[in-house]
Design a protein around this ligand. Structure first.
Ligand code: BDP
Length: 592
């Protein structure tokens, strides 16, 4: 699905702003047809944003069920010959959309876009009512999973198995856009390097009768290659590769022409020419060993929750540059496409993750006698797997043209210690590889499934592991934690001979709490714990990356191990540095 853009033949109109909004715990709106008229009793709600923290009311913050958004849009009057499309960059976690009285779209999954051709339902020059019901319920079948329950007052309650707040709403932009009826409908590119020569293998899909021409321009706008036909290879002499720290982008323009040579459609795609390869225990970008320095992040901020915000995004990238990070993981869901565009332009490397977090009954219900096993038809079963497969597809299809993305992550900390895990995961790995044979595929391993236990690591090209020695075990005892960490990482290296990225390690830290002795929660303890991990990483050749958990403190639901959220950030939630930010910067910014 191509993103909306303004081009020689295309135009888009943002629907961002204040929408009418109404909660609907009882689910009455679907039966009563709330889309048929103006939303009664609504309040105003910003889009994009999570709705949860906008209103100072627990009933909004902890709402479970449907929430309705409505706006009206004036369709540009000159869109008379066009195909008109309504697109949501995300609606968390599922949605149904109406234009005026007609249902036009339905989508499952909170972090990938969807759209509807609404040409037949709107009038150029006229106004159209757009209504969307967004539902935030998580069940065993959804990705991520959760469990619905009932409180003593008969109210629906939501339990879930991931450690971040279940924000919901319209988190990303909404667009009305126009394309010609004969149009480019998809583009994929794979790039290669051979000495100083670069190649861009492309495939352009289109709808309607037209011939395809593809041109490639360099960053200065000079045309460097041109090709006729829907598929082909563009060759670039003296190529400027995309590389970590050097986000050099070419611009590929796909043009459709009619029989007289007239321009029918034009779509412009930024392209970075680079290669990715796993060889032995090395992770190679453009044939050079790459070492990941950075963070697991979240889309999370006060007030707006998971709503995309350009100011916050640019600030986060600036802080990452300040500290010397060269990469991050989109833990634990696909991020806004604006984030990947920025990473492309700035040479930041991305591990791109699906929303499959918390597929682990043993972990999440630890110690409970009634803990179900993870992979059953009543828990993570075939319906979950179908949704998960679709989540993998939507991620790869959405993001495969981004040079910044170098590795697909299918899930975070699933239960990988039981044989059923393989049956569940093997088709997901196969699908990712089928859709994109050019990138390695992995998943993130949980601490309790060590190298002798994990049955999934065989399937992965790269080992990604989250470890919390010195925090969740050996708490406060770094001297005890160090040898355990080292022994385990060595065991992984010996067993698989694959590159290892430590995708999470860290300590909850309350900014402003200081201690002269190793004292968990203090700023000094975070510094010391990270130092200890770094010493170990430097002793093991197979370790090719360190992603600290987390870039910044983030919201979680209330829990006795959480003080106003998860505090493992190197920055606070409002992006102030803790002491660790400076010590990490000294390690990562050797140039200073
Ligand atoms: C890991 C999870 C991450 C949590 C982290 C923690 O992958 O989402 O936030 O632990 O406990 O298990 O801080």
């Amino acid at each position: 699905m191509l993103r909306p853009q303004d081009s020689a033949t295309r135009e888009r109109k943002s629907l961002n702003g204040l929408w009418a909004f109404r909660l609907d715990s009882a689910g009455a709106g679907r039966a009563e047809g709330w889309w048929r008229s103006r939303l009664d009793g609504s309040r105003e709600m910003p889009v994009p944003a999570s709705y949860n923290d906008i209103v100072p009311d627990l009933a909004v913050r902890d709402h479970v069920g449907d929430a309705w958004y409505q706006t009206s849009v004036r369709v540009p009057r000159h869109w008379t010959e066009e195909r008109i499309v309504l697109r949501f960059d995300a609606a968390t976690h599922r949605a149904v959309v109406w234009v005026n009285d007609v249902q036009v779209a339905e989508h499952e999954g909170g972090y990938t876009p969807f759209e509807a051709d609404v040409t037949d339902h709107v009038e150029p020059g006229g106004e159209a009512r757009v209504t969307i019901v967004v539902n935030n319920e998580l069940t065993w079948a959804s990705v991520p999973p959760g469990q619905l329950g009932e409180g003593p007052d008969g109210k629906r309650t939501q339990n879930y198995f991931h450690d971040f707040f279940n924000y919901a709403g319209l988190h990303r932009s909404v667009w009305l856009y126009a394309t010609p009826k004969t149009r480019v409908s998809g583009i994929t590119v794979d790039t290669g390097l051979d000495g100083g020569t670069g190649t861009v293998r492309y495939a352009v899909e289109h709808v309607g009768n037209a011939s395809v021409q593809v041109a490639l321009r360099d960053a200065a706008g000079a045309e460097v290659a041109i090709s006729e036909g829907a598929e082909g290879v563009l060759t670039i002499a003296d190529v400027h590769p995309w590389a970590p720290g050097d986000g050099y982008l070419y611009e590929l323009e796909a043009r459709l022409r009619d029989a007289d040579g007239g321009l029918v459609d034009s779509y412009v795609l930024p392209v970075g020419v680079r290669t990715v390869e796993v060889r032995g225990t090395e992770f190679l970008i453009n044939g050079e060993p790459f070492y990941f320095r950075g963070f697991g992040k979240h889309e999370d901020a006060p007030i707006r929750g998971k709503g995309h915000d350009d100011a916050l995004m640019v600030h986060d990238f600036e802080l990452m540059e300040w500290i010397g990070a060269n990469s991050f993981r989109t833990s634990h869901y696909p991020y806004a496409e604006e984030v990947l565009d920025y990473a492309d332009r700035h040479g930041i490397v991305v591990i791109d993750e699906t929303a499959a977090v918390g597929l682990n009954a043993r972990m999440t219900m630890f110690g409970r006698a009634d803990a179900p096993s993870t992979y059953t038809e009543k828990t993570v079963g075939s319906e979950t797997q179908r949704n998960h497969l679709e989540a993998v597809r939507e991620l790869v299809v959405r993001d495969r043209n981004h040079p910044s993305v170098v590795l697909w992550c299918i899930a975070n900390e699933p239960d990988g210690g039981v044989p059923e895990a393989r049956d569940y995961f093997a088709p997901l790995f196969a699908e990712a590889r089928k859709l994109d044979p050019t990138r390695p595929v992995g998943f993130v391993n949980i601490m309790m499934d060590g190298p002798d236990k994990c049955v999934l690591s065989e399937l992965a090209d790269v080992l990604m592991v989250n470890r919390y020695y010195g925090w969740y075990s050996q708490t406060g005892d770094l001297a005890a934690a160090e040898p355990v960490l080292e022994a385990e990482l060595r065991a992984w290296a010996d067993k698989h001979g694959k590159p290892i990225i430590i995708t999470e390690y860290g300590a909850d830290t309350l900014a402003g709490l200081h201690s002269v002795v190793d004292n968990p929660w203090s700023e000094e303890y975070q510094v010391d714990l990270l130092d200890m991990y770094h010493r170990v990483f430097d002793r093991i050749d197979a370790v090719v990356g360190e992603h600290i958990w987390n870039f910044a403190d983030f919201a979680t639901r209330p829990a006795i191990i959480r003080v106003d959220g998860n505090k493992k950030g190197v920055f606070t939630r409002d992006r102030r540095p803790k002491s660790a930010a400076f010590s990490v910067r000294r390690r990562w910014r050797k140039d200073l």
